[in-house]
Structures are given as structure tokens and as C-alpha cells.
Ligand binder design. Structure first.
Ligand SMILES: [Zn+2]
Length: 304
């Protein structure tokens, strides 16, 4: 029996994604959320989660949707994850309103609705609607406030940072479960002098919203800044680039030796991505913590 089936027996009274993030909050660590791209990268994340005994969020991200579509990305992830004992969640990253609806229908248990481009009041209204729909199906909702620039964008950070006053209102009025914030981190690995993480801002937002925070773009952020962020309220860390680079290194190393079968190259890519993912899980502190939720699930099942 796969770990997800095992855990979802208690689903009436517990929401697995939220239980994972709350266990991270209680335990003072962050769960890693990493993008799947194909069979081998999905396998790499699950193998890493098994070996590190860590919970993992398998993210269906922005790049794969125009590539193979949301349904295929979900079904592929689900099929591969069913063969694994890892404690996992399939999560939609940066979904539009329509994508979120489709994801809920498909069976995602966790979604991020991205209304950050909308005017503030409209973002509140739309996000609240998403929360109502998602919660009816026991789906966890992440939303974002503030804007997260891409790695190659030179920005005036003052117009990108999450505003703590807005964050407080947003969380209270929408009922979201977790909040992604902008605090100096970019999507991807910074190509210019990186902005230090605004740790005071993280702490301030956390105090006001009271729910777990999320940081996107954790690749390329100094380890010490990430562990500091975890201490101050960040309990889900999204990273993609570093793992993609590990996979790419495996492929390049293999083909640098001359022509090899495709399978040989991606097998090496997968192996290096497993190692890189385990490293992230150790850094985020979630390694060794898969049993936090397994125990919770068993307790919930028995009505303790
Ligand atoms: Zn993001």
C-alpha cells in the first residue's frame, strides 16, 4: 500500500498537506517543495524522500503545463508516486483560477493560487473564492502576496516586498492555509548581486498572519539565510533550479564520454538529482521527519 493511501485513510479529519506543514511548524523545520518535470525527475524526488525519510511536495510547476498539460502532469506524478512509500503531496504551483479548478477536479490535494498580479482587493476576493471551493474538497491553499522577480530582473525591491499590513488583512480575509511571501528571494538562481533575505520582514509578517510562510526560489539563497527563515516562520521551501542543474550535470557528464543510450544519461541525471534533493532536505531540516505525519495519521484514524 502506498504511503499516500495509508495516510489518506484519516483524510476526513485531517488534511495531509496541511498536517505536513503544521508538523514542520511544530518541529521547527521546513518541508521541501520541488518541481517534477518527467518520469526520472519525479522518481528522483520520491527516492530522495524515501532515503531521507522526509515528507515531500511534488510540484507541478509553470513550465510543464504548456509542455504536456495539467492532466498528464498530474496523472504521471500520481502513477509514479503510487509505487513509492514516500510521504508525498502533489501540489499545483502558481495556478490561475481555471487551473486551480481543474486541479481540484483532477484530485490534487494542495494548490497554490497566484493572484499576485491582481489589484489587492480583487486578489482578496478571488483568493477567498478559491479557498471556499478548495476547502470543500479538503484541498490546502497557498497564495502569494508581493511579487517575486525572476533571477535576471533588476528590480526596486520596495515595490516587490510583501507588505505586512496587507499580509495581515489578506490572511484574515481569505482564510488561506499558507502564505508565499516576497522577501528578497528571486525565482531561479540570481545572476546579479543577490538581495539579502529581509529576515525582519519575514518575522514581522509571520507574527501578523499567524500561518506558516512559504519562500519560492530557494535555489541560490545562502544556507544560513534559509535556516534563519525557517526559524522565523517559513515552513515550506520551493526549489527547482539547483535540482535541475544536478540532473543536467549527470546528463552532460555521461554524454561527455561519447554517445551513450538516452537511458544511461538520464539514470545518471536521476542519481545526481537524488543526492542534491537529499542535501536540500537535510538543510531544510525535514530529513527524518516523514514519521511525524505517519504517526498523526494513525492517531487520527483511531480517533485519538
Ligand atoms: Zn514561485
Amino acid at each position: 500500500m502506498s504511503a499516500e493511501v495509508f495516510l489518506r485513510r484519516g483524510n476526513d479529519i485531517m488534511n495531509l498537506p496541511l498536517s505536513i506543514v503544521r508538523a514542520a511548524e511544530a518541529g521547527g523545520y521546513a518541508v521541501g517543495a520541488f518541481n517534477m518535470h518527467n518520469d526520472e525527475t519525479t522518481q528522483a524526488l520520491l527516492i530522495a524522500a524515501e532515503r531521507a525519510n522526509a515528507p515531500v511536495f511534488l510540484q507541478v510547476g509553470r513550465a510543464i503545463i504548456p509542455h504536456i498539460g495539467l492532466r498528464k502532469a498530474y496523472e504521471m506524478t500520481k502513477r509514479i508516486a503510487a509505487e513509492s512509500d514516500a510521504v508525498h503531496v502533489i501540489h499545483l504551483d502558481h495556478g490561475s483560477f481555471d487551473e486551480v479548478l481543474e486541479a481540484i477536479k483532477l484530485g490534487f490535494t494542495s494548490i497554490m493560487y497566484d493572484g499576485a498580479h491582481l489589484p489587492f482587493e480583487e486578489n482578496i476576493r478571488t483568493t477567498r473564492r478559491v479557498v471556499e471551493l478548495a476547502h470543500d474538497f479538503g484541498v490546502m491553499v497557498e497564495a502569494e502576496l508581493g511579487r517575486i522577480p525572476d533571477a535576471d530582473q533588476a528590480v526596486d525591491w520596495s515595490s516587490y516586498y510583501t507588505d505586512p499590513d496587507e499580509a495581515e488583512r489578506f490572511a484574515a480575509e481569505t482564510g488561506i492555509d499558507i502564505l508565499a511571501i516576497s522577501a528578497g528571494v528571486v525565482h531561479g538562481v540570481p545572476t546579479m548581486e543577490p538581495q539579502p533575505l529581509a529576515i525582519d520582514l519575514v518575522r514581522d509578517i509571520k507574527e501578523r498572519v499567524g500561518i506558516p510562510l512559504v519562500l519560492h526560489g530557494a535555489s541560490g539563497v545562502p544556507d544560513v539565510e534559509l535556516t534563519d527563515a525557517v526559524k522565523h516562520g517559513v515552513h515550506k521551501l520551493n526549489a527547482d533550479t539547483d535540482l535541475r542543474l544536478a540532473f543536467r550535470r549527470g546528463i552532460e557528464e555521461t554524454w561527455a564520454q561519447g554517445d551513450r543510450q538516452f537511458e544511461v544519461a538520464v539514470t545518471r541525471g536521476r542519481a545526481l538529482m537524488v543526492e542534491a534533493t537529499i542535501e536540500k532536505m537535510r538543510l531544510y531540516g525535514c530529513a527524518g521527519h516523514a514519521d511525524d505525519v505517519r504517526v498523526a495519521a494513525v492517531s487520527a484514524d483511531r480517533g485519538w
